[in-house]
Design a binder for this molecule. Structure first.
Ligand code: 15L
Length: 272
């Protein structure tokens, strides 16, 4: 049963990164909103299900990415590196690959992209601060820097070419929050679906940025500037609080991972 009661239905949607954790979740859910769901990844996608087209592609391969966007109405771009990694894979997938994606969107006249950015664009804000999409980026690693690049590149493609993008600074989307930090950053899979479908279907989005979080009591992010997207989370981390806090009763306040919003990402790497 789809979470979002949208009257809009797409003829063909492209979902990149479809073999990843969130990709696999959205693979099942987005089919309800389109006639054909085109799926891409470099990892194995298994067998196609009804209404699916499988198109393995490397994001650093310009020709492959151009073919990927042929005939699609909108893109949900989850593909690329999704954790802190050495520079080279980040450069290939998240910098060069995202450039290829937007060039392909321009040439193939694709009008809207939902771009999976990350909360790690602002991971070096402290946990006692509330950040809005209008505040300056403070990436907590090369991965966060690459997502900030994707946000800037997509803004340029909107200003110059009118391609609309909703940048989702996704928090922690898992079946349940795994630690104290995720009491603030957690988003359920149902809310993830609500967020992505609202981003795909809001009539006018221009270039928008919002945080992908649930209806959590503790929050570090203010989505007020993006209320026009119409995303209203319905699931809260609160029912998990007692269990999560009991598992970690005395957090180390001298640890940067406890102080900063990015958590352990603020101290991952360097890799050489
Ligand atoms: C991310 O950007 C990662 O892709 C995901 O695996 C989580 O670690 C998440 O951030 C997070 O901040 O919890």
């Amino acid at each position: 049963m789809p979470c979002h009661p949208t009257p809009l239905r797409f003829s063909r949607l492209l979902l990149t990164g479809a073999a990843g954790g969130l990709g696999a979740e959205l693979r099942t859910r987005l089919k309800a909103y389109c006639d054909v769901l085109r799926l891409s990844d470099i990892a194995d996608l298994g067998a196609p299900r009804a209404g699916e087209e499988l198109r393995p592609a490397r994001l650093e391969d310009a020709a492959a990415v151009h073919a990927l966007l042929d005939g699609v109405e909108a893109v949900v771009h989850l593909g690329g590196v999704s954790t802190e990694q050495p520079w080279e894979p980040i450069l290939q997938a998240n910098i060069i690959g995202v450039y290829h994606l937007y060039e392909a969107a321009r040439k193939q006249a694709v009008r809207r992209v939902v771009f999976a950015s990350s909360n790690h664009v602002t991971g070096f804000y402290r946990q006692d601060e509330v950040v809005s999409p209008r505040d300056p980026a403070r990436p907590d690693g090369l991965y966060g820097v690459s997502k900030a690049f994707g946000e800037d590149l997509s803004r340029f493609y909107f200003d110059r070419y009118g391609i609309e993008t909703v940048c989702l600074r996704i928090g922690s989307s898992f079946p349940a929050p795994r630690n104290r930090r995720m009491l603030a950053t957690w988003m359920s899979y149902d809310d993830l679906e609500r967020l992505v479908v609202a981003s795909l279907t809001a009539p006018v989005v221009g270039h928008s940025i919002l945080y992908g979080m649930g209806d959590n009591t503790t929050t570090w992010w203010d989505n007020t500037p993006a209320r026009h997207i119409g995303y209203r989370p319905q699931d809260s981390s609160e029912p998990f609080r007692a269990q999560v806090e009991a598992a970690d009763p005395h957090p180390d306040l001298t640890d940067p991972a406890t102080l900063y919003q990015g958590g352990p990402f603020v101290r991952t790497g360097p890799f050489e």
